[in-house]
Design a protein around this ligand. Structure first.
Ligand code: NAP
Length: 314
């Protein structure tokens, strides 16, 4: 496997590379203003992260979330549980957080141990606190073309495509990978924007036939070098969502996406770097959801109890 790094351009100066950090900072600026307005109104957004038996990569990801939350004025409460926690105990924890008005967002960190049913636990999070956008009602909303709290990675990937300035209505897009958290929601979000979407998966007979005619390819599979330069149309956009740890020729561990960056760089009109592409935007979209969830809850409580009677502060 080639792991050459011939193209290590800086997204700030190389306009072929979509600058994830730049897109992320743009989103964060808007979020910071919304959080400041909420705090002025005595609504302190508070995010609770639940991790079970978290390994070091998950802990690193959580620390990064905390760093961004701290910068934005979001309270971040990270809780770690032993692998022995039962389904019932975790469900009760989520229900208590749902009922606590000082908690405005809940994240259930992935992966969970096998004995804990992800879908059931995700469905137990109150839809107004579902900042990951993974509750069935959040997914249902995007099918209805109504983006309330969208799944973070999918929204982030679509933001990356939008940042190219390509006109989405009528755009031919191929999405490779159809998982519930990434591929499927990307397809629905793009359909809402008017794109013509083809979704490919492991049973797709000839992936190249589809990917070569696309104006934009999204890939979220988890297989390094699945997409190579000869599989994409010259001048197209390539949004690489994959995160894979591989060993290079020197035995060093590095993170790569699902596309062979070097061969795709020569053909694509735009492409996302990995790391530094969709990843940082995903964290910003999560914080955007935290702001949106707190605004929705504020509106809900004001409707129920009247503006003057209900104040939540930390
Ligand atoms: P997943 O649940 O394992 O889904 C992978 C998808 O790829 C499945 O739909 C699978 O189809 C499809 N697939 C497998 N082999 C294929 C092939 N040869 N050709 C075409 N499609 C194929 O993974 P995921 O959670 O969606 O994550 C995908 C990647 O994105 C991973 O590398 C993950 O680390 C990364 N990710 C990144 C972020 C971020 O913030 N950047 C967030 C989440 C995930 P079948 O179901 O039909 O087998």
């Amino acid at each position: 496997m080639s792991t050459s790094t011939a193209h290590k351009q800086d997204p700030k100066t190389d306009h072929k590379l979509i600058d994830g950090r730049g897109v992320a900072m743009g989103i964060r600026d808007g979020v910071a203003k919304r959080i400041a307005r909420l705090r002025e109104a005595n609504w302190q957004p508070r995010l609770v992260s639940l991790a079970v038996g978290a390994a070091e990569p998950a802990k690193l990801y959580i620390r990064n979330q905390r760093k961004v939350a701290d910068k934005l004025g979001i309270e971040f409460d990270d809780r770690y549980y032993d692998e022995s926690i039962t389904r019932e105990e975790l469900l009760a924890t989520i229900q208590a957080l749902n009922a606590d008005p000082s908690v405005t967002g809940i994240i259930l960190q992935r992966p969970l141990p096998d004995h804990l049913p992800m879908k059931e636990l995700q469905s137990a999070v109150h839809p107004l606190k579902d900042v990951e956008g993974m509750h069935p009602s959040s997914i249902g909303n995007i099918v209805y073309d109504d983006l309330v709290l969208g799944p973070c990675t999918a929204v982030a990937a679509v933001e990356m495509l939008k940042s190219t300035g390509l006109n989405l209505p009528g755009l031919e897009v191929v999405v490779v990978g159809h998982s519930v958290i990434v591929g499927k929601p990307i397809a629905f979000l793009l359909m809402s924007e008017g794109a013509t979407v083809t979704v490919c998966h492991h049973m797709t007979r000839n992936l190249t036939v589809h990917s070569r005619r696309a104006d934009a390819v999204f890939v979220a599979v988890g297989k390094p070098q699945l997409i190579t330069g000869d599989m994409i149309k010259p001048g197209s956009a390539l949004i690489d969502i994959g995160i894979n740890q591989i060993e290079d020729e020197q035995g060093n561990t590095k993170v790569v996406g699902d596309a062979d960056h070097d061969s795709c760089y020569d053909v694509a009109g735009w492409l996302t770097p990995v790391p530094g592409g969709v990843g940082p935007v995903t964290v910003s979209v999560l914080m955007q959801n935290v702001a949106k969830a707190a605004e929705l809850q504020k509106r809900h409580y004001e409707r129920e109890f009247g503006e003057a009677d209900f104040v939540v502060s930390s």
